[in-house]
Design a protein around this ligand. Sequence first.
Ligand code: CTP
Ligand code: MN
Ligand code: MN
Length: 515
Amino acid sequence: MMVPLKRRKVCGPVSDRGTTVKFPYVVIFLVERKMGASRRAFLSRLGRKNGFQVEDDFSDCVTHVISENNSADDVRTWLDLQQKGNVTVELLDICWYTESMEAGCPVEILAKHKLQEVQKVKEESVEFLIPSYACQRRTSLDNHNTNLTDALSHLAENAELNNEDGRAVAFRRAAAVLKALPVKVTSITQLRGLPCLGEHSQRVIKDVIENGVSSEVESTIHSERFKALKLLTGIFGVGAKTADRWFKEGIQNLTQLANSGHDLNRAQQAGLEHYYDLNQPVTKAEAEAIGDIVKKAVLDVLPGSEIILTGGFRRGKITGHDVDFLITHPDEGKEVGLVSKVVSWLTARGLLLYQKNTRNSYLESEDGPAQPPSNMDRFERCFSIFKLEKKEMHSKHLHPGTQSSDQKTSIEHLQYFQANDLSNSQMRPNRNWRAVRVDLVVSPISQFAFAVLGWTGSKLFERELRRWAGQVKSMSLSSHALYDNKQCKYLRATSEEEIFTHLGLEFIPPSERNA
Ligand code: CTP
Ligand code: MN
Ligand code: MN
């Protein structure tokens, strides 16, 4: 975006106003449009007092153009009118200027400081500037709008249960935008100019803001269909399609399923057997205890292996629905067959209640850059149910958790479970172990960075990364590789940071991928 500095006249340490210029390589111009003359004059004085060079007139010497409530397009149009449209400068939002004033020096330019490219800013002033792809913004775990995001997530979940993927994604994207807002929204006017908020989502948001609840969400989540499908898909191994088929046959709870005479596959049998445990959130402490065991197994069968915790726990969540591990070995090829060796090790010690292995079926030469048919990757992996002895929970792993929205979901499951089914003894197993879902994935070292990125999530963040890669960069991203469709070549990477760089994105750390 910047033109080489040698083309620019570098101004001296003392400006022609007599104020000291502390940062000669930053020459600022404030755009008056929408800012107004008096605020512009005030901000200019403030900047100069702090040692910044703030120009009254636009010239070649300007490096940073600052505006308020304008889109990048607006500012470019304005620059064109000054016949300076061919000059490349940083187009920044006022937040960069105010943060720099606070810091007493020009702060590093982050994505949030840059003017929005795609979004058309309306005539009225907008309160939040949020880029439209979730991978362009930071989403931490502290969500200020759970009332709104829970409502939209329920509708997304309902759409998923109805196999309406397009609708589901639209609700998920809308919820993700609200998760990224720095404050709680109290008026619909604050949402002006935000991306990804379709008419339907806006209607739901308005209802919740004005009435505390959305009647559509309420009637959905209390419908017999939603309750039954949620209960049935709460069984490991049962997807939306199977649940829908069963519901149409009149099966609404676990007892009816058990009595229906349906032949359940191995996964579903295990899912039914461990229904209660698998619908209890897994704590960080439990994840760490399992991590210790898996690490021991992996190092025993292949010394030198590396193992990392991925999924929600890598994003800083304190509970999850399962535990995800990614394993590799620094010598490419040594990792082949590792999953089955680890599974044998664990099975020999009675630590697995269920496991299903898949071999690595990815071959760059054959698979090529085309998107895999589903979002499934082809790594060697194992979907398992772990038998976690409570004695494995050393005191170092024990610390009290707090109630999260995940836990609420599982409590809801339990409520359906209690309302519909089975005896108390099965519901509250008084045993010295519990069942935990564990995913083990093995990646060759050459694909490891892509695998880490792909298995860290969130699911929406991953989907948005792939959408950005395809729509904006003409690239295909998977958990195995990144392919540039224009240069017709694979782009290699050994770290997540490199992949973000290839994609032209600012690096977003795992804890801020909670979209
Ligand atoms: N994933 C994948 N292929 C699958 C299953 C999952 O690539 N067959 C990826 C998902 O895209 C996600 C990550 O693995 O990025 C973790 O998935 P999952 O465990 O389902 O979700 P979490 O974010 O870990 O949520 P939770 O904490 O509830 O487990
Ligand atoms: Mn997970
Ligand atoms: Mn998982």
